[in-house]
Design a binder for this molecule. Structure first.
Ligand code: NAD
Length: 354
């Protein structure tokens, strides 16, 4: 079993911890928190060994009546791989800690790309992370675009991509974020940082991106135009995308018109926290005009990077050299695809051998 430590038990960290626990070849070495807030009590209630990461050490947790096993140094020492899920920018400050313990570390998309040896997406470049000391799982938006571009690039070639990202103002727990009642070009500069971030995964893709922020906490929505190097039919593109385990083509018959119903659907399907690990592509939006492909996809910012972190752990450990093997193992244990009716077919239930 791989012992995985999770430093930072917030939106992403708690989901990664639960996903690690679900894997047959991994166990949670422990989780660390800076403050003894409600998420620390959740960690405790779920039976994760809790470590303190703040300057005041274990004292604030003692005061809150929460037992800790030690500090974050002890957690890193006890881990085969650490997943750093601290807020953006803090991961870079933790890099020396992981290096000092010679513990391979995975950072998140809120960090600059230079924090790690490579920017990771399982479908796009798993093999490049094998036995690496560090990797950065790219952001929720870049993950969503990388999963989409990987099969398109392989099958048809990509001449140019143009994407408008309509981003949620904040996560449900981020009460200080906004806008509350506005539609913001964000960032105003073009291209937004998303295009260059995609190029950390696919250096050869010509891409322009524009970002916006809107008053929702549900999901991001991408308006995608990809100029392909060939001109497949829309049906062929739908078939190609349907075959990808982390892409969900929303059938028209489901009557899902936005992120609200999508989240309701996955809650009804029994997903933990209503998580949507897959890119959700409206099947009827997939349109091809000459070489230009158009589609809309929704990305659940709190969830899509979670399976990618699990694959990154396997890649850094070097124990599973094959990307497809790791992806199917992660998906099976987590339930990716489970409970969702696929475009043109029945409810997806992929197995480890698919
Ligand atoms: P979060 O604020 O929800 O959680 C961060 C956790 O780290 C909190 O529990 C906090 O108490 C803890 N923490 C703060 N400082 C710490 C420190 N010094 N040591 C240990 N723990 C510390 O943040 P998040 O949304 O989970 O984001 C984590 C990373 O994932 C960021 O890089 C972010 O950009 C990236 N990311 C976030 C999302 C998203 O939508 N939330 C999506 C993809 C990637």
């Amino acid at each position: 079993m791989l012992h995985v430590g999770i430093n930072g038990f917030g939106t992403i960290g708690k989901r990664v911890a639960d996903a690690v626990r679900a894997q047959p070849d991994m166990t949670v070495a422990g989780v660390s928190k800076r403050t003894p807030n409600f998420e620390a009590t959740i960690a405790h209630d779920r039976g994760y060994d809790l470590y303190s990461a703040g300057e005041d050490g274990r004292a604030p947790f003692d005061t809150a009546g929460l037992h800790t096993e030690g500090t974050v140094h002890d957690l890193v020492a006890a881990s085969d791989v650490v997943v750093d899920t601290t807020p953006g920018g803090i991961g870079a400050k933790n890099a020396d800690l992981y290096a000092d313990h010679d513990t391979p570390a995975i950072f998140q998309g809120g960090e600059d790309p230079g924090v790690a040896e490579m920017s990771f997406n399982a479908r796009a470049n798993y093999e490049s992370a094998l036995n690496a000391d560090t990797a950065r799982v790219v952001s929720c938006n870049t993950t969503g675009l990388s999963r989409l571009f990987a099969p398109l690039r392989e099958r048809y070639g990509i001449e140019k991509a143009r994407v408008t990202l309509v981003r949620r103002g904040g996560d449900p727990g981020q009460t200080s974020r906004g806008p509350i009642n506005d539609t913001l070009p964000d960032p105003v500069e073009i291209p937004s940082h998303h295009g260059p971030d995609v190029q950390t995964v696919f250096p050869d893709i010509d891409i322009d991106t524009m970002g916006m922020k809107v008053p929702t906490t549900q999901m991001h929505t991408h308006s995608v135009n990809v100029t392909l190097e060939s001109n497949p039919s829309a049906t062929a593109v739908r078939e190609l995308l349907t075959a990808e385990s982390r892409l969900f083509l929303i059938p028209e018959t489901l009557g899902i018109d936005g992120a609200g119903k999508l989240k309701e659907y996955t809650r009804d399907a029994g997903r933990p926290r209503g998580d949507v690990w897959e890119n959700c592509i409206w099947a009827e939006s997939v349109t091809v005009e000459d070489n230009d492909l158009y589609l809309f996809q929704a990305i659940h910012q709190e969830a899509d990077v979670v399976p990618e972190n699990i694959d990154a752990v396997r890649a850094l450990s070097g124990r599973t050299p094959d990307a497809a093997r790791s992806i199917s193992r992660t998906d099976e244990a987590l339930g990716v695809g489970r409970g969702l009716v696929q475009h043109g077919g029945s409810t997806a239930r992929r197995t480890a051998d698919d």
